[in-house]
Design a protein around this ligand. Structure first.
Ligand code: 13P
Ligand code: SF4
Length: 316
């Protein structure tokens, strides 16, 4: 089937099914281009909570579709590629988290949204890369909070807030592929470029950056920054929207190896199949959903997108 025909059929099935297509910023360009909303994890979970559509086609990875189902249990949430998981989310299980809580009584648990529904159900509050520091600051307990599963995001939030935390040794293999040596080479090649990296990166990479932000934080930053060259330290899929939104600016990846295989598994053909056959349905069992929802809702109520301000941006 031609791409034109696939696009037409997606459009007409979307209306017939009363569906909305949500896509993460790391999806392939064609998928981003047919989505109703493209965003970071925080924006997409807000969209999933607010939409009037009956069907949510989630072009992302499993934990994102699960979060949509946690927030909108009455809706049909579809993941076009059932094998699109997040290796970092699989680095901690609910029973491992229960054991960690037992060892640290009284510590509140923050879980990065890149986690399973079962892990969320064991947590007090979720966070995303866009609001981690604000979520840490919102905790009132006097014991060091537990932060799972991403140790790099946890260390970054700890540094920004000055709060001691208990970490789990999870990490994103894509962001840890970005090495300080790669970034230094890119900085030498493009000395005028502003460096912006994701907080899932290793601490020595974050040290070299002018700005640290979630994927949509990077998009907002790039749109406002007066410098027209940027080195981007995250999954390379973000460059599609950066270039599309800012055709006059130049973007260089901090590392060309930073590609998330799972994010690239969703294709237009799979989106079409998802709408045609209403598959693959992602549904969180009610007893887990209700507990996980508390942690996600608490995060959404907290909100916020603070980042370190680049000198070129001035106030706001
Ligand atoms: P954000 O888009 O929320 O920054 O998340 C990055 C990521 O790794 C999602 O899997
Ligand atoms: Fe998971 Fe990293 Fe891929 Fe995001 S980029 S889905 S954190 S492996």
């Amino acid at each position: 089937m031609s791409e034109k025909r696939i696009l037409e059929e997606i459009e007409s099935l979307k209306k017939e099914r009363n569906a909305v297509i949500l896509a993460h910023n790391y999806q392939i360009g064609e998928v981003q281009d047919i989505a109703d909303y493209v965003g970071d994890s925080l924006e997409l979970s807000r969209r999933a909570a607010q939409t009037d559509a009956e069907v949510i086609v989630f072009c992302g990875v499993l934990f994102m579709a699960e979060t949509a189902s946690i927030l909108s249990p009455q809706k049909t949430v579809l993941l076009p590629e059932i094998n699109a998981g997040c290796p970092m989310a699989d680095m901690i299980t609910a029973s491992e988290l229960r054991a960690l809580k037992k060892k640290n009584p009284g510590s509140e648990v923050i879980c990065y949204v890149n986690s399973s529904a079962e892990v969320k159900a064991e947590s007090d509050i979720c966070c995303t890369s866009a609001n981690a520091t604000e979520i840490v600051n919102s905790l009132k307990g006097d014991r060091p909070p537990i932060f799972v599963p991403d140790m790099n995001l946890g260390r970054y939030a700890s540094k920004m807030t000055g709060r001691e935390m208990i970490f789990w040794k999870g990490h994103c293999y894509v962001h840890t592929l970005i090495r300080a040596e790669d970034l230094k080479k890119q900085k030498e090649k493009h000395p005028k470029a502003v460096v912006i990296v994701h907080p899932e990166c290793l601490p020595d990479v974050i040290e070299l950056a002018d700005e640290v932000a979630s994927t949509s934080g990077m998009l907002r930053f790039a749109a406002r920054c007066s410098v027209d060259e940027m080195i981007i330290g995250t999954e390379t899929g973000l460059l599609h929207k950066l270039k599309k939104d800012n055709p006059k600016k130049k973007f260089w990846p901090a590392s060309e190896h930073a590609i998330c295989d799972n994010m690239k598994k969703t294709t237009l053909g799979k989106v079409l199949n998802a709408l045609r056959e209403l598959k693959y349905v992602v549904k969180v069992p009610p007893e887990i959903r209700v507990k996980a929802e508390r942690a996600v809702e608490k995060m959404i109520a907290c909100g916020g997108t603070p980042t370190k301000a680049c000198p070129c941006l001035g106030e706001g």
